[in-house]
Design a protein around this ligand. Structure first.
Ligand SMILES: [Zn+2]
Length: 230
């Protein structure tokens, strides 16, 4: 479950986010505190936003570690990378191949790169919305439609039954994904995998393929075909 139910949101944060608050709470999961890095479950999480004018970061903290606030000071209080949790999953989904519509299964790799921290961008009308990390756009990940052109800034590597997603910029990842034998063989045969970077779902909560629908249609999600390192 996302953090929506039991999170402290100050009047200032509520006021600044307005109707965007719902989408932002639907994109955060209470895993670890972004101040002390200890688990959030069991204590009340609080939502803070660091506003850098054209973009912002929204983070979860224990209420006792950092009270819910809208921070516009120059003091950068955004989370350091090592406190942010990420979850991954490889799902095998049925797809139609070729002209005769033959059915097969294809691996789709899901990464939520920031369960307790997301970036926000402000529209021309002043409305904040969840924005995928610029580093993924720079690597070549994009909204749908998915194309077969490999993303230039990322590669995947098979290490036993793990798939490792690496970024040439070194700014993100690497992200490890567990594969079963079928998924491993499909990735090896195809020479790559479709990778989705998403803030719409927690990959560890997926129990049914229908839960992938928001990510596949591009809701808070970037995607790209990522080649095996050769
Ligand atoms: Zn804490």
């Amino acid at each position: 479950m996302t953090v929506r139910e039991n999170v402290v949101v100050s009047a200032a944060v509520r006021d600044k986010l307005g109707p965007s608050l719902q989408q932002i709470l639907d994109s955060l999961w209470a895993i670890d505190c972004q101040t002390c890095n200890q688990p959030l479950p069991g204590r009340r999480p609080a939502l803070s936003v660091d506003d850098f004018s054209i973009f912002a970061s929204a983070t979860l903290h224990h209420h006792e570690c950092r009270q819910s606030a809208w921070n516009e000071t120059d003091q950068i209080r955004a989370a350091a990378g090592e406190t942010v949790s990420h979850h991954t999953l490889c799902a095998l989904l049925p797809v139609a191949y070729g002209d005769n519509g033959e059915e097969g299964r294809k691996p789709f790799v899901l990464v939520n790169p920031g369960l307790e921290m997301i970036y926000l961008a402000r529209s021309a009308l002043g409305q904040w919305a969840v924005e995928p990390n610029r580093a993924f756009v720079d690597a070549g990940f994009a909204p749908p439609p998915l194309t077969s052109t490999p993303v230039p800034g990322a590669v995947v590597e098979l290490r036993g039954n793990q798939l490792v997603i690496g970024f040439r910029s070194g700014l993100m990842g690497p992200f490890d994904v567990n594969l079963n034998d079928e998924a491993r063989n499909l990735v090896a045969a195809e020479g790559g995998a479709v990778v989705l970077m998403t803030h719409a779902v927690d990959p560890h909560e997926i129990t049914d393929p229908t839960q992938l629908e928001p990510a596949l249609r591009g809701d808070r999600t970037l995607m790209g075909y990522t080649q095996l390192a050769g």
